[in-house]
Design a protein around this ligand. Structure first.
Ligand code: BG6
Length: 467
């Protein structure tokens, strides 16, 4: 069988974020962000006690890393501007931070790589978190001010903007699963945070449109949102209760954002459920107008794993939170044991078909996909990590992307998460995602892994090679 291909204008790139790569955490007048705060408070929460401070040393290796992206045939890269670097504690532009990002944009431009800019990657300035974070309207307004300032300052330089990366993840990781600081398990708080982020997105999108109409933002610029949509599955012979579990999980995690960015609304069934359960989102008069500003020009789809759920065996958990679903362990699941995530390449196709059927007007791209493996440096041959599993993973996902495009999906490109290994929140450098190794024993030196050569062949030919 011949190899599948991707369209000529399909783009390949890399995804990364400011807080996971930049380091230089006290340079350029940067304020502490939530990760610096969590690292200061309790470093033992981080794998091998590696906190947020150094990233993957990108700031010192910027030009080297850009040369690597170029050499691998990538034409776009997404990172985030750190709120805590660009703004001062009075909510004004920090000139040193602005210079940092102007230089960053110029360096990518000089290399012919389009830098996509995201404005929030789980990295609230610590002082705003102390004021109540996303539950406080002043903080929502502060984000809108940050977004407006960034659009005004970089409006002639950036063509691809995103308001948020994975807005569902802070509600999950910080306020439901208690794995990220402040380590809470509180359903009601998680929903209030989700609602605050939703308003922040609406205000930022509104500011973008206003500044674009005024000519401050270039006319060819686009605004988008990126989320980790999890295609939902249940048992093959589901009960009514299993399907109900799918509805709620899909509604909170996926449809909430999809309705926001296509219709400027939130899903009525989920709002009704929350009201019925007595959960107060803190809705104020005028919010519907903010949410109506939510529609975007295109969408980013981060895909790592599906969601498999079934009817729950209890209605509340040990914290008193409601339980709408519990995990369904699919007997056929193939796992990435390092991360505990199922590998299911067809999920990318199933999501593509959901977009095709339910949200047909919206263009999108795969904004993250990748595999993080623990301990891979142990298996080096002649100094090179032998990561054939990474080739298998990306190839299988790209094959489904190719099929989805053939079947009408409006998918325009693919960004791999962490082309160069980077710092992964509480997991720090435990699981490595890169096609390029970051050698922590030797001052963050970069080394190609075996898979890098395969990636270059795919990006430069658009043919999805077997190996
Ligand atoms: C995405 C995030 O959720 O997945 C990244 O946008 C993150 O920030 C990536 O690093 C991989 O997940 P993790 O938890 O293994 O780092």
């Amino acid at each position: 069988m011949s190899n599948r291909t991707l369209p000529k204008d399909f783009f390949f790139g890399a995804a990364m974020s400011g807080p996971q790569t930049e380091g230089a955490y006290q340079a350029t007048g940067k304020l502490p962000n939530l990760w610096d705060l969590a690292s200061d408070l309790d470093i033992t929460k981080f794998h091998n006690r590696v906190g947020s401070y150094a990233g993957n040393d990108f700031t010192h290796r910027r030009d080297e890393d850009i040369a690597i992206f170029r050499d691998l045939g990538l034409t776009s890269v997404r990172t985030s501007f750190q709120w805590s670097r660009l703004m001062d504690a009075d909510g004004r532009l920090n000139p040193e931070g602005a210079r940092y990002y102007h230089e960053l944009l110029a360096a990518f431009r000089a290399a012919g790589i389009d830098l996509f800019v995201n404005l929030y990657h789980f990295d609230m300035p610590a002082y705003l978190f102390r004021r109540g974070g996303w539950e406080n309207r002043e903080v929502v307004e502060a984000y809108a001010n940050f977004a407006r300032t960034a659009f005004a300052e970089f409006g002639q330089e950036v063509t691809h903007w995103f308001t948020f990366n994975e807005p569902i993840v802070e509600p999950q990781q910080r306020y439901t699963n208690a794995v990220w600081y402040p380590y809470h398990a509180d359903f009601a708080q998680a929903r209030r945070v989700q609602y605050g982020i939703t308003l922040a997105h609406g205000l930022a999108t509104q500011a973008f449109r206003q500044l674009q109409a005024a000519g401050t933002v270039r006319s060819d610029a686009r605004i988008g949102l990126i989320n980790c949509f999890t295609p939902p599955y249940t048992r093959e012979d589901p009960s009514e209760a299993d399907l109900e579990a799918v509805r709620v999980v899909d509604g909170i995690d996926n449809r909430w954002w999809l309705d926001l960015v296509t219709k400027g609304e939130l899903p009525a069934d989920i709002l009704a459920d929350l009201e019925h359960g007595g959960y107060d989102l803190g809705v104020r008069p005028g919010d519907a107008q903010i949410i109506a500003q939510g529609p975007v020009d295109w969408l980013g789809f981060n895909y790592y794993h599906p969601a498999r759920v079934q009817a729950p065996s209890r209605t509340t958990d040990e914290h008193g939170n409601p339980v709408f679903a519990e995990e369904y362990v699919w007997p056929g699941a193939v796992m990435n044991e390092s991360r505990g995530w199922e590998i299911y390449p067809k999920g990318i196709y199933d999501f593509a078909m959901t977009m095709h059927d339910d949200y047909p007007d919206l263009e999108w791209f795969v904004s993250e996909n990748g595999i993080g493996i623990e301990g891979e440096a142990a298996g080096k041959v002649d100094g090179v990590i032998q990561d054939d599993y990474r080739i298998d993973f990306v190839r299988d996902h790209l094959n489904w992307v190719s099929k989805a495009i053939e079947d009408g999906a409006r998918c325009r490109g693919y960004h791999y998460w962490a082309v160069i290994d980077n710092w992964s929140w509480n997991n720090a450098f435990k699981n490595r995602y890169g096609f390029v190794e970051v050698d922590l024993e030797h001052d963050y030196a970069r080394h190609y892994k075996k898979s890098a050569d395969w990636l270059r062949r795919v990006t430069t030919t658009h043919e999805i090679f077997q190996s």
